[in-house]
Design a binder for this molecule. Structure first.
Ligand code: NAP
Length: 435
């Protein structure tokens, strides 16, 4: 029976679901030996550094990842960077197929004047900051003003706004980064305004996330009821409302109807507000918007402008894949056809399709790519795989080492009444592994 060598680059949800699809595809006629390569010393990608700390249920998918990792045909090579520690070309020579599951971690830019002012941040920097991503622990975040603006009407904007708007003590029992929690507890921000450039009917939020908002105990979430009603009539006039949209509008109406009184923290969702300029003297002080309107289903500017004074802006308007040697990025994604890049090189997840879909979307996506890879496989290569490529003495974090780190994080978390305390320093990881 032939055994094919598969390298998966990136240990996030798309990477694990690809490994799982290969495991499920094994039978008496074909088997796979899977090596997962990850730049960071820890796996799980966005489940660790993207999912909001106050949404722990979403993170339980990591149990599935650990089950996949326990299979005998799976090996983890974390702390190995493709392009630095091993080249993509060498990997492709050693493996029958290489799957790039490297995600999209570069925040998109608005491209408007003032975007580079201090305290105008991308969600791509802010989210990993509060989630203890080792590359972002030093992100400069100033929470001294009373108002923050979040640009974008998607779930990332909502995560970011919620983290800024809730009472930080609500984050005590979560795995939010200690450095972020300390700052959030000193924060002066009491008003957070999410601004979507189109109408409520075009928002990229999903209903379960919207439905969570009225449950916030210490934050008054506000949406103008009239805006939702107007959106409903616009949509009804065009065609039948599809289910997801109906659920979204219903959830927004619930928010509008359940304004909380007597709480000082406010999270507002504004629609039809397109940013055109950030103003300030070195640091952001004001966002200027053009007031949009919907006409015959199209978004047009009304010609009116308004501005919001604020001391922090976070743009959550999507992500692009990071460029690295040996791949071409087009429209923010790795150039591919149905996941095929070229010869034995494939891609999956956000790197393949762009930054859309929830964690589970990567499952079907990866299954499709694996089917395509299997169709294209030829004779298995006789090669040694990644171990022949790494310099001697390179400190790989394998599955066993990761399990030690994982256990250590959970033990420190238990003592502090949290799910875990994420380790961000290599020095600490080294010490744990020497024990
Ligand atoms: P997203 O869902 O694509 O939302 C991006 C938002 O940015 C849209 O409202 C978009 O508006 C807006 N935008 C884009 N360019 C803009 C510009 N130049 N000016 C103003 N606004 C602009 O992206 P995301 O929020 O980053 O989320 C990525 C994916 O992760 C989504 O599939 C999301 O559902 C998922 N996610 C899920 C969860 C969860 O399940 N809890 C949490 C976080 C993320 P237009 O529509 O007008 O372009």
């Amino acid at each position: 029976m032939p055994t094919y060598k598969i390298a998966i680059v990136g240990a996030g949800p798309a990477g694990y679901f690809t490994a799982q699809a290969f495991q499920k595809a094994q039978n008496e006629e074909i088997s796979f030996s899977i090596d997962m390569i990850e730049r960071l010393p820890t796996p799980w990608g966005l489940v660790r550094s993207g999912v909001a700390p106050d949404h722990p249920k979403i993170k339980t998918v990591s149990k599935v990842f650990e089950k996949i990792a326990k299979e005998s045909n799976f090996r983890l090579f974390a702390n190995v960077e493709v392009g630095k520690d091993v080249s993509l070309k060498d990997l492709r020579d050693q493996y029958d197929a290489v799957v790039l599951a490297t995600g999209a971690s570069k925040g998109r830019k608005l491209g408007i004047p003032g975007e580079e002012l201090t305290n105008s941040l991308s969600a791509a920097d802010f989210v990993p900051w509060y989630n203890s991503h080792p590359d972002y622990v030093n992100t400069e975040v100033d929470l001294s003003s009373d108002t923050a603006v979040v640009i974008g009407a998607g779930n990332v904007a909502m995560d970011v706004a919620r983290i800024l708007a809730i009472d930080p003590t609500e984050l005590d029992p979560t795995d939010v980064a200690d450095h972020a929690l300390t700052k959030l507890k000193q924060s002066n921000i009491r008003t957070v305004i999410i601004c979507g450039r189109r109408g409520p009917e075009h928002a990229a939020f999903t209903a379960p996330e919207l439905r969570d908002l009225p449950k916030l105990e210490n934050t008054n979430v506000y949406i103008d009821f009239k805006q939702i009603q107007e959106a409903e009539s616009r949509v009804a006039a065009l065609s039948e409302i599809e289910k997801d949209l109906k659920n979204n509008l219903e959830a927004m109406k619930l928010i509008a109807e359940h304004a909380k009184k007597g709480v000082e923290r406010k999270l507002e969702i504004k629609f039809l507000a397109a940013p055109i300029e950030f103003k300030g003297n070195n640091k952001i002080e004001e966002v200027v918007f053009t007031q949009n309107q919907v006409e015959n289903g199209k978004i047009i500017s009304s010609g009116e402008k308004f501005s919001i004074k604020c001391g922090l802006v976070i743009s959550a308007i999507g992500y692009d894949s990071v460029e690295y040697s040996g791949i071409t990025i087009e429209n923010g994604r790795i150039n591919n056809i149905a996941g095929h890049v070229e010869h034995n090189l494939y891609t999956t997840g956000w790197a393949k399709r762009g930054p859309t879909g929830v964690i589970g979307t990567n499952k079907s996506d990866s299954t499709d790519v694996v089917e395509l890879i299997i169709e294209n496989l030829k004779e298995p290569k006789l090669s040694e795989g990644i171990t022949s490529l790494l310099k001697s003495g390179h400190e790989v974090i394998d599955q066993l080492a990761w399990e030690k780190i994982n256990a250590s994080e959970m033990i420190s978390g238990e003592i502090a009444g949290k799910p875990r305390i994420k380790i961000t320093k290599w020095r600490v990881i080294s010490a744990i592994l020497k024990k």
